[in-house]
Design a protein around this ligand. Structure first.
Ligand code: SAH
Length: 254
């Protein structure tokens, strides 16, 4: 492992602790039939995932050296060489799970892509930087509750599983890491205009210290019909359901 020259710009921090690798893989629901690992690197998670009998399993890796390593060590593995962010996920049998010790430089983009593909991605298990994991799993009233927390909670049950120390990586990242699990909930579609919902959530949190009355001005919609009970609050106080209710009221103001 020491001879591996990790490429920082690809977010390469290789996990060196086998028990943590096993714990991540064991966090996948037993009924998952198809899974895609993002950024397998030198295969520390991959080798445990390959032991899952009957799992339709694929990996996507952008780094050519890692791809060559994987081909050499796991000749039967389906290695997709390329950028996960550009890959069309509809080719996988639906529903499927996404797993990985993710490249931290594209954490938010991975999660937004999951949201875009929410009808196919039924579970996500993986490692992010601790701060992102906390934001994902935060609920209303928390300082870390934000845009991603609300958008993900609208369609996934989010769980913070465990924290991982930086010394179990080569090279060690500057920050702590954490493993989370997202499980698709029962909501097929929101009971409001989804585009406006996203705009409302974003506007609310873009100026999170302001009351909604002020923060929502950037929507350029008169908010006359909306009760003060909503407008005096701040975005971080609203649950997903309250954001849906607010969006429906804004729809009526248009
Ligand atoms: N899973 C391995 C490696 C984690 S480091 C381990 O735990 O040791 C992150 C990995 O993601 C690296 O192998 C890096 O090359 C890969 N990667 C970075 N950006 C990527 C992208 N856009 N698509 C696919 N893989 C990517």
């Amino acid at each position: 492992m020491t001879e591996v020259r990790a490429k920082k710009f690809l977010g390469q921090h290789f996990l060196t602790d086998e028990s943590i690798a096993q714990r991540i893989v064991e966090s996948l629901s037993p009924d998952v039939k198809c899974a895609l690992e993002i950024g397998p690197g030198m295969g520390v998670l991959t080798k445990y995932l390959m032991q899952h009998e009957g799992l339709d399993f694929h990996v996507v890796e952008i780094d050519r050296e890692s791809v060559a390593y994987l081909h050499g060590h796991y000749p039967t593995l389906d290695v997709i060489e390329g950028d996960f962010l550009k890959y069309d996920l509809s080719v996988f049998s639906s529903p499927f799970a996404i797993i990985g010790n993710f490249p931290y430089n594209i954490s938010s983009q991975i999660l937004f892509k999951v949201l875009d593909n929410r009808d196919h991605v039924h579970e996500v298990v993986g490692m992010f930087q601790k701060e992102v994991a906390e934001r994902v799993a935060a609920g209303p009233g928390s300082k870390t509750y934000g845009i991603l927390s609300v958008l993900l909670a609208a369609f996934y049950r989010t769980e913070y599983l465990f924290t991982v120390h930086e010394h179990v990586f080569n090279p060690p990242p500057k920050v702590k890491s954490a493993v989370i699990r997202l499980t698709r909930n029962e909501v097929a579609e929101l009971d409001c205009d989804e585009k406006l919902f996203v705009q409302t959530v974003k506007a609310g949190f873009n100026q999170r210290r302001k009351t909604l009355r002020n923060a929502l001005r950037q929507l350029n919609i008169p908010l006359d019909g909306i009760p003060d009970t909503f407008l005096v609050k701040r975005a971080e106080q609203l649950s997903v359901d309250e954001f849906v209710t607010l969006t429906k009221m804004i729809q009526e103001c248009r």
